[in-house]
Design a protein around this ligand. Structure first.
Ligand code: PAF
Length: 272
C-alpha cells in the first residue's frame, strides 16, 4: 500500500493510476470498514482510502477532540485487506475549500440534532472526489442518511461516480459496529444492542406500525438508559415521516446517547 501524506502528494501522481474505488474514512477502523474495502476490491479497480477526521462535520467540539485515533492499527488493517493507496490529508485540505450546503433532507433525522453536520460531510467529500476522481465510492448504510445525501449529491452534480451502499456489520449481539463503540464498556455494549433488537421488533410488528406503537418503543429505550434523539419511521428516499408500510418499504432509524456516546442504527423494512 502506498501512503500519501497530503492530497497534493496524491494529486501529483494520480495521472499514472488506473480506475479507482474509494473508501473515505475518519480512521479508528473496524470490521465494518474492512467490509467496505472488500466491496471496493470486488469492483476490480485499485482501491484508495482516506483517513481524515473532518472538523467541519463535528458540531460538538469535545466529540471532535475525543474522536478515537488509531493510525498504526488502521494502516495495518488497510494493508492486510489489500487497499492499494492510502491518503492522509493534512490541514491544507481545508485551504480555499468550497462550502457545500446540504439539501433540505439533511435537516431530518441526524441533521435535526447535528446542525451543519451534513454540510461538513459533503464539503469534505466534494474536495476528495475532485482530487481522487474515483470510478466508484463505497459507503456503509449504517449512516443511511449520509449514504442518501451523497447519492443525491452525485446525481445532482452529475458526477461520474458509481456509489455502492454496504450493509451494516454487527457484533454477535446485533450491535452495529462503529468507531464510537470503543468508548463503551462491555456492559454498555450489551445495553447498546437493544437498539437493533428494537428495530427488529418493529420489523416483526410492522403490520401494527404507527406513531403510538413507535412511542412505546421509544419509551422502552428511555427506560433502558438511553437519551433518545429520535426513533422514526420514514420514507426511504425523502426521509419524511411515514407509516405507509402497505405500499412502501420504510426506513426505521434511531439515534440515541448512552452516557456520552452517540449511537445510530437503522433497518429498512419491506412493505407488507
Ligand atoms: O462516514 C464517515 O466516516 C465520514 O462522514 C466521511 C464519509 C469519511 C466524511 O468525513
Amino acid at each position: 500500500m502506498i501512503i500519501y501524506n497530503s492530497l497534493e502528494e496524491f494529486n501529483s501522481i494520480k495521472h499514472n493510476l488506473p480506475k479507482l474505488s474509494f473508501v473515505p474514512t475518519m480512521g479508528n477502523l473496524h470490521e465494518g470498514h474492512a467490509s467496505l474495502i472488500d466491496i471496493a476490491k470486488k469492483t476490480g479497480n485499485e482501491v484508495v482510502s482516506t483517513i481524515y477526521v473532518n472538523s467541519l462535520q463535528f458540531n460538538d467540539k469535545n466529540d471532535f477532540i475525543n474522536y478515537p485515533k488509531t493510525l498504526d492499527m488502521d494502516i495495518e488493517l488497510l494493508d492486510k485487506k489489500g487497499c492499494n493507496h492510502l491518503i492522509l490529508p493534512d490541514s491544507s485540505i481545508l485551504d480555499n475549500i468550497k462550502s457545500i450546503k446540504a439539501p433540505i433532507k439533511s435537516m431530518k433525522l441526524c441533521g435535526a440534532h447535528r446542525p451543519g453536520h451534513f454540510d461538513g460531510v459533503l464539503t469534505i467529500l466534494n474536495r476528495l472526489f475532485e482530487i481522487i476522481n474515483p470510478h466508484s465510492v463505497v459507503f456503509g448504510k449504517k449512516d443511511y442518511q449520509q449514504f442518501l445525501l451523497v447519492k443525491d449529491f452525485i446525481d445532482e452534480k452529475k458526477l461520474n461516480i458509481n456509489i455502492i451502499g454496504a450493509n451494516t456489520i454487527r457484533n454477535n449481539n446485533g450491535l452495529a459496529l462503529s468507531s464510537r463503540n470503543i468508548l463503551l464498556t462491555e456492559k454498555d455494549k450489551l445495553i447498546a444492542s437493544t437498539l437493533y433488537k428494537t428495530l427488529k421488533d418493529v420489523e416483526k410488528n410492522k403490520a401494527y406500525l404507527n406513531s403510538e406503537y413507535l412511542k412505546t418503543k421509544l419509551d422502552y429505550l428511555k427506560s433502558s438508559g438511553f437519551k433518545v434523539d429520535y426513533l422514526m419511521s420514514c420514507d426511504t428516499e425523502s426521509l419524511e415521516e411515514s407509516y405507509n408500510i402497505n405500499n412502501n418499504d420504510l426506513l426505521i432509524a434511531v439515534a440515541a446517547h448512552l452516557g456520552s456516546v452517540r449511537l445510530i442504527d437503522n433497518l429498512v423494512i419491506s412493505k407488507l
